[in-house]
Design a protein around this ligand. Structure first.
Ligand code: SAM
Length: 271
């Protein structure tokens, strides 16, 4: 029987970029499915508004870290953000966590060139067992998450924020990029058409036979344009999320970017 401590201990001794089950589910979680992973891997670069800009903003917000220090990427997907962090900082390591086996495999391949600085593992965002991040000695200097926390409801988000405060190294930063819930029909309409426009523009860069914008429409990916959105998507209002960060005792709680219903915001743990 694995305990959290023994799993982390084994994990530290593991070969680079191991794909492993650390804590959480058997991979059959309700909510995000492997079919969603497939769509996102194929088309996410077009569906995510200003993808490169978002990655750069998150990267720039992560505190400088040295050898022996770590970042954690919650719901790493294909590992693009983890890769950007590893490229930007030559010394720290990244622990990339995701519930999708397909995503973890792609991430492991993407991060393999970074050797022991990159680790990939399974987890369930909504469960508690992983949250002490005890396999990251001293705590991570940054916890980042892109486009995933909206799968938790408001109460779960507030709990996650409090738990991540505890897990971080003093002075560390929690950086979230995610869908947010508009507070009026007019604001929802703005989020819907601006996301539509962003995807339409990004799709013009695509060279292949299929049209990413048509996929965006056909898959109903635009949460704000859907009168019956998928119940797995539970974005919360931005102001509520900033308050949850403050209630968790984060300081410098701030919004760094917002477009098409997607926001990047963060808070720092006191030193
Ligand atoms: C929209 S993708 C975003 C991936 C990546 N962060 C990015 O920005 O490209 C959402 C990711 O969250 C993961 N995910 C969703 N719900 C999860 C859960 N409860 N536990 C673990 N991972 C989850 C999915 O497997 C998927 O990789």
């Amino acid at each position: 029987m694995w305990t959290t401590a023994s799993v982390w201990s084994a994990f530290r001794a593991r070969v680079p970029t191991a794909i492993d089950r650390i804590v959480g589910t058997d991979g059959q979680k309700p909510g995000w499915q492997e079919s969603d992973s497939a769509v996102f891997m194929d088309w996410g670069q077009y569906f995510v508004p200003h993808r490169a800009t978002q990655l750069r903003i998150i990267r720039d917000l992560t505190p400088e870290a040295g050898s022996g220090e770590s970042y954690v990427d919650l719901c790493c997907g294909e590992g693009r953000l983890s890769e950007a962090l590893l490229q930007a900082r030559p010394e720290p390591s990244v622990l990339a966590l995701d519930g999708s086996e397909a995503m973890r495999q792609v991430t492991a391949a993407r991060l393999a060139p970074f050797g022991e600085r990159a680790r990939v593992a399974a987890f369930d965002l909504g469960s508690d067992g992983w949250r002490k991040l005890s396999g990251v000695p001293g705590g991570p200097l940054a916890i980042v998450s892109s486009l995933a926390i909206h799968h938790l409801d408001g109460r779960q988000k507030a709990k996650l924020y409090a738990d991540m405060y505890q897990a971080l190294k003093p002075g560390g930063r929690f950086i979230i990029a995610d869908l947010i819930e508009p507070l009026s029909p007019a604001a929802t309409s703005v989020a819907a058409w601006t996301w539509d426009q962003s995807t339409r523009e990004a799709a013009q860069e695509h060279q292949g036979p299929e049209d990413p914008y048509q996929k965006f429409v056909a898959t109903g990916w635009n949460y704000y344009a859907d009168p019956y959105p998928d119940p797995i998507d539970k974005p919360s209002p931005l102001l509520a999320q900033l308050k949850w960060l403050e209630q968790a005792r984060f300081i410098e709680v701030d919004v760094h970017w917002l477009l098409a219903g997607h926001a990047i915001f963060s808070g720092r743990k006191t030193t």
